[in-house]
Design a protein around this ligand. Structure first.
Ligand SMILES: Cc1cc2nc3c(=O)[nH]c(=O)nc-3n(C[C@H](O)[C@H](O)[C@H](O)COP(=O)(O)OP(=O)(O)OC[C@H]3O[C@@H](n4cnc5c(N)ncnc54)[C@H](O)[C@@H]3O)c2cc1C
Length: 384
């Protein structure tokens, strides 16, 4: 069946951080698009925290960095500590300027900013409370079915459909794209507390015999605590974090205001292809990596930029093929880095050996390389 005039060149399913940034990038490149998002409001939790310099450089290209800088907090340094001493520090000063830091910004703020920026460009580009149901690929267009706010069944046709609908992506399922990977045994609890440490805007990572504790600064005087647990805790509460932090590093969070207490496990999954005919996958719909090291969302933004380049290029088919092939390689590399981060934070019976490795990695000249790896540099190079 031929369709001479699709309703819109690109439809994006999912208005999370990845779908929203893709829409902004496409509009900036002169491509009209529509985002269908089933939720009414941005995600309520603070989940992702770190925005890496590689993403800020993409934000520069579409002029949205300023707003992020107003709402976020710059992390310029991080400490690695054992139970009783500092093992070393990682400093981002020598990373390429101007973004020689990691920007801490909770995910609900990130989504709020991206929604506002998209709205400034095109007030009609985001349709909320619109749930994607099904798709049918034709030779020269795709037909999409979705339910609107009133539950009415709607149809729209487009040249390209991008699934940014998260790890359980229905777009991926309806396109019969296989998603393979594994779940790890690693489990964590996390919560955001009022900051009662002396770390200021520095991050601190404790590598302990009983397992990792991470402590990251957040905007507005808050601090994120992530604590490795022996098993997945179904209904975590503040008390669990307070007692584990007290027991392992003797820091007292008792009575401190806390929000966003949650548990998470770790998985790595990747789609067998990121492009199938006119369906494209990006973000968690295409891949998930361990949150330890904070790369998943940033990797998704790298996807979207490449998609926007392919869709605005001369040979879209070739551009999309390159996107799928290259970005799958990069995903594997990111997953390896995330796995390394996770491994270093596991329980160990030979802490002295791990401490020695960390001390060596965080000393010159290796420390500069580590800072680059940590900030997602060199992903297109041959080395890890
Ligand atoms: C504890 C934790 C901490 C993390 N920390 C970091 C970090 O510091 N840095 C980092 O880079 N990453 C981090 N991540 C990963 C990051 O949260 C994800 O990679 C990111 O949310 C992926 O964005 P996305 O837009 O692809 O998917 P999602 O955020 O899942 O968004 C998908 C969107 O699609 C919508 N949707 C789904 N189905 C449909 C449908 N049928 N119709 C319409 N809409 C639909 C959903 O409502 C949602 O809004 C962390 C993850 C976890 C769990």
């Amino acid at each position: 069946m031929k369709n001479d005039q699709p309703d819109i060149p690109v439809v994006i399913i999912g208005g999370g951080p990845i779908g929203l940034f893709l829409a902004i990038s496409l509009i900036k490149k002169g491509i009209k698009c529509l985002v269908l998002e089933k939720r009414k409001d941005p995600v309520p939790d603070s989940r992702s925290l770190g925005i890496h310099p590689v993403s800020l450089e993409l934000f520069d290209k579409v002029n949205i960095t300023e707003t992020f800088l107003e709402e976020g907090l710059k992390i310029r340094k991080g400490f690695a500590l054992s139970s009783d001493q500092v093992l070393g520090e990682i400093v981002f000063d020598d990373c390429p300027k101007p973004h020689n830091y990691i920007l801490a910004c909770p995910q609900f703020t990130t989504e709020k900013i991206l929604r506002n920026e998209l709205n400034k460009l095109d007030q009609k580009a985001l349709i909320t409370q619109a749930e994607f149901i099904d798709l049918k690929q034709h030779e020269d267009h795709i037909k999409i079915k979705y339910n609107d706010l009133q539950g009415n069944n709607k149809t729209i046709t487009t040249d390209y459909l991008v699934g940014c609908d998260g790890k359980n992506s229905l777009v991926r399922q309806r396109s019969s794209i296989h998603y393979s990977g594994k779940r790890y045994d690693d489990t964590y609890v996390m919560g955001d507390f009022e900051d009662n440490t002396d770390f200021g805007t520095d991050a601190a990572v404790y590598l302990l015999p009983e397992g990792l504790i991470e402590s990251f600064p957040l905007p507005n005087g808050m601090r994120r605590w992530v604590v490795k647990t022996n098993e997945y805790i179904e209904k975590p509460d503040t008390q669990i974090i307070v007692s584990l932090v007290k027991k392992r590093i003797d820091h007292d969070l008792k009575g401190i205001t806390s929000v966003m207490i949650s548990s998470f496990g770790v998985q790595h999954f990747i789609a067998e292809t990121f492009v199938k005919n006119r369906v494209i996958l990006a973000g968690d719909a295409a891949h998930i990596v361990s949150p330890v090291g904070g790369q998943g969302m940033n990797l998704g933004w790298l996807d979207t930029w490449k998609i926007s380049e392919a869709l605005s290029g001369r040979n879209i088919g070739l551009g999309l093929k390159k996107y799928s092939d290259k970005q799958r390689k990069i995903t594997r590399k990111v997953a390896k880095r995330a796995e390394l981060n996770m491994m270093l934070g596991r329980k160990t019976r030979i802490p002295l050996c791990r401490d020695l490795i960390i001390r060596t990695l965080l000393k010159e000249p290796l420390s500069k390389k580590v800072a680059q790896l940590f900030t997602m540099r060199g992903l297109d190079k041959w080395w890890i």
